[in-house]
Ligand binder design. Structure first.
Ligand SMILES: [Ca+2]
Length: 456
């Protein structure tokens, strides 16, 4: 788990679904799978810095030692003259504000910083990023480790989980899977002061406005008395405690489940588990449904039918000949319920029929692979399930710029690929499958090296 809290830069990307702004990406997965924060905003030039200093800073990604001191001074002035009036307007007391900001300094080690006067980072590197198979996301060793620990913790906290399930209608296995994935069941060390991270990013980062909102929310949490500023620990991205909530999510979803009067997602397991469940319930979790099934799509049934906007009753998919890969029957109670096809690697990987609960998991972290990871881990914890049966295949060596070129070609031919960003989300996959079928190719619904020359 340790690696997940290391600063990194330039990995967050936008997927094709609307992003939810609930938490920034925490995972070190392949870049195209993640990106809850939406488009990185181009930092406004906020501070009128002398032109000479600007040109100096442009030559270096981070300001040098001398100018760092100057930026620290600007930061202190910003806290008092810029941030405080907004915090005051939002109902924060001067006492809580001063206490939270006492001795605060910028954290220069965080990723995606844009010190005043420097240019925002160019996205050029992203287009040269190698595009790899999603398979590496599902490390069998890691999943087995999380499942083993998850099962024993599900036993240890069985009575709490039963109460949480009764209160929120979310299966304990799903809650425990998220708890494990997000913070190693609360065991991962959260090394950062959330206030320091949020204030640094609100002052100088690629997404200042977003982090400013989160900082104000963090001040509300402190003002409310659930936790002190120094105890409010988080990730390098400002995500808090065992469920890894951003402060705005904390204010919406955190609950006091152990009854001590505080919503303590840092130290209380019952509060952490119930807060995760409440997040999912408020995001629309349907108690009577699972998350989905790995399936076999027969030859001749197109993979280009996927997407949350193409839901059908499960029985309609079954009528096309789609079966569970386990050969078990679909549960009869779900047959009439709304279900979607999901092929994250087209025909090059495992194929799924998913329920709306799958998209609720994506509200927690807007990535198909994240939601599949949680579903798979929960099945292991609940039923002793194993790895997905179908392997993620090799799609050849490609760059994001190659995917981008294919997207542009599809758009020129009138297809809707969603965002033209070099990331093959479901609309791109679907468009590619339709184009393949129209051109006499068997649809694979995923960019691969062999298609580069054909699709121009
Ligand atoms: Ca509590």
């Amino acid at each position: 788990m340790k690696a997940r809290f290391r600063p990194r830069s330039g990995r967050e990307r936008q997927s094709e679904l609307p992003t939810t702004n609930r938490r920034p990406p925490m995972t070190g997965l392949t870049s195209w799978t993640s990106g809850r924060l939406g488009k990185r905003s181009i930092a406004r030039s906020t501070v009128a810095i002398a032109a000479a200093l600007t040109s100096l800073l442009l030559s270096a990604p981070i300001a040098g030692a001398a100018s760092k001191a100057a930026v620290e001074q600007q930061f202190q002035a910003w806290l008092v003259k810029d941030l405080w009036p907004e915090a005051q307007g939002a109902g924060i007391s001067r006492g809580a504000f001063d206490k939270a900001m006492a001795g605060l300094k910028l954290n220069w080690d965080l990723p995606d910083l844009v010190p005043p006067g420097s240019a925002p980072p160019k996205d050029q590197k992203q287009s040269q990023a190698e595009f790899s198979s999603p398979g590496s996301y599902f490390s069998e060793k890691r999943l087995q480790g999380l499942a083993g620990t998850g099962r024993s913790l599900a036993d240890r906290h069985a009575s709490t989980l039963r109460k949480v399930e009764a209160a929120y209608g979310v299966p304990g296995s799903i809650i425990v899977a998220i708890w494990g994935r997000e913070s190693g069941f609360g065991g991962a060390k959260l090394p950062y002061s959330a206030v320091e991270v949020l204030a640094t990013k609100a002052f100088m980062s690629t997404r200042k406005d977003l982090f400013r909102r989160e900082l104000i929310s963090a001040l509300h949490i402190i003002e409310g008395g659930d936790i002190g500023a120094t105890e409010m620990k988080g990730s390098w991205a400002g995500a808090l405690g065992q469920p890894q909530f951003m402060p705005t999510s904390y204010l919406k979803y955190a609950v006091d489940f152990d009854g001590d009067g505080h919503r303590d997602i840092w130290n209380s397991v019952p509060d952490s588990l119930a807060s995760i469940a409440n997040y999912l319930k408020k995001s629309g979790w349907q108690a009577e449904r699972g998350w989905g099934f790995e399936v076999a799509i027969p030859d001749g049934v197109s993979c280009a039918q996927e997407g949350p906007d193409r839901a059908k009753p499960l029985s309609d998919w079954a009528a096309q000949g789609i079966t569970r890969i386990s050969d078990k029957a679909f549960p009869s109670k779900e047959l009439s319920a709304s279900t979607m096809m999901l092929v994250p690697a087209g025909t090059h990987g495992p194929e799924f029929l998913v329920s709306p609960n799958f998209y609720v998991l994506k509200e927690y972290n807007n990535s198909d692979l994240y939601a599949l990871f949680i579903g798979n881990l929960a099945d292991r914890i609940a039923y002793g399930g194993g790895a997905f049966k179908a392997p993620f295949g090799d799609v050849g060596k490609m760059l994001r710029s190659d995917v981008l070129a294919m997207q542009k070609a599809l758009v020129a031919k009138g297809y809707d690929v969603g965002n033209v960003d070099g990331l093959p989300g479901f609309k791109t996959r679907r468009a590619l499958g339709d184009w393949q079928a129209k051109n006499g190719l068997a649809p694979t619904c995923f960019p691969d090296a062999s298609l580069k020359g054909k699709l121009r």
